[in-house]
Design a binder for this molecule. Structure first.
Ligand code: SAH
Length: 262
């Protein structure tokens, strides 16, 4: 049956595509990819006669018209999206016109850039007794933030913040995090083009320094901002260990040495 697949291409390195995403690319009759952020390298597995089109410069309507017209004649049509399709990917806006045409849709998840950025920097986003919560968000740009989701309100939790689409708005991040009580020396990591071979850059700074550092490195797009009390934990002399590996902690796969689990 004809189907349009929304496939998460991952953050850039083609080896971070899922096996399922890669298989679908080998089978696809037509692929529409988000050119500015999806690496061409992902197309290396496409069949010789697969129609491949970059969606850079296309409007949402042109994109959905393209997908619908290709789905009429072809069995497997792919919309290749950066990272994971469910985050800042206009997924529903594209699915609705396909639903109207009764074209089947399926989504294949991808590695989102927040995860690739944490990996690039060898950082953990959760740490026992420091924070157990991660917020994926962005700073208000042209898209307004719903009530209760201003950065100052989110930052008041003092948990991990992964901020998409916001690298040109570091000044606002500084003032909102300060307003929420984050210290000037609170660590911030910015990762440019996480996982892209030869292009990735990891910038370590603080609330007070990160803007200057990014300016000096000329980073003004395709970057993830991570603000978290966990950053740099790799270099802390002591951390609270995860209970999962504690000898005194029983879980489904292992019995505790002593019976002191909580
Ligand atoms: N669906 C995508 C996000 C699309 S919005 C995902 O799951 O990752 C585009 C934003 O994602 C960029 O502004 C940037 O903040 C982030 N981004 C995408 N690819 C990135 C990468 N390789 N490294 C760092 N940030 C990236």
């Amino acid at each position: 049956m004809r189907k349009v697949w929304f496939v998460g291409a991952g953050p850039g390195d083609p080896e971070l595509l899922t096996l399922k995403g890669q298989r679908l690319i080998t089978e696809a009759d037509a692929i529409l990819f988000a050119g500015s952020l999806v690496s061409d390298a992902a197309m290396q597995w496409a069949k010789e006669n697969c129609e491949i089109q970059d969606s850079k410069g296309m409007t949402l309507e042109e994109i959905t018209d393209w997908l619908i017209s290709r789905a009429v004649d072809n069995a497997t049509v792919i919309r290749l999206q950066t990272g994971d399709p469910s985050l800042y990917g206009a997924l529903v806006e594209m699915v609705q016109p396909l639903d109207k045409q009764s074209i089947a849709v399926e989504v294949v998840p991808g590695v989102t850039s927040a995860m690739a950025s944490a990996a690039a920097a060898v950082e953990t986003l959760t740490l026992p007794e420091i924070t157990q919560t991660v917020i994926f968000s962005r700073v208000e740009g042209r898209t307004p933030m719903p009530q209760g989701e201003s950065l100052a309100e989110l930052a008041a939790h003092h948990c991990t913040l992964c901020l998409y689409l916001s690298i040109t708005l570091l000044k606002i991040i500084e003032s909102e995090l300060s307003a929420a009580g984050w210290a000037n020396d609170a660590p911030i990591v910015v990762v440019y083009k996480a996982s892209w071979p030869d292009e990735q850059q990891v910038i370590h700074g603080t609330l007070a320094t990160i803007r200057e550092k990014c300016k000096a490195a000329k980073i003004n797009s395709q970057a993830m901002i991570i603000a978290s009390p966990t950053l740099g934990a790799r270099h802390w002399p002591e951390i609270k260990k995860s209970k999962l590996y504690d000898a005194n902690f029983t879980h489904r796969f292992r019995k505790a040495d002593k019976n002191t689990e909580d």
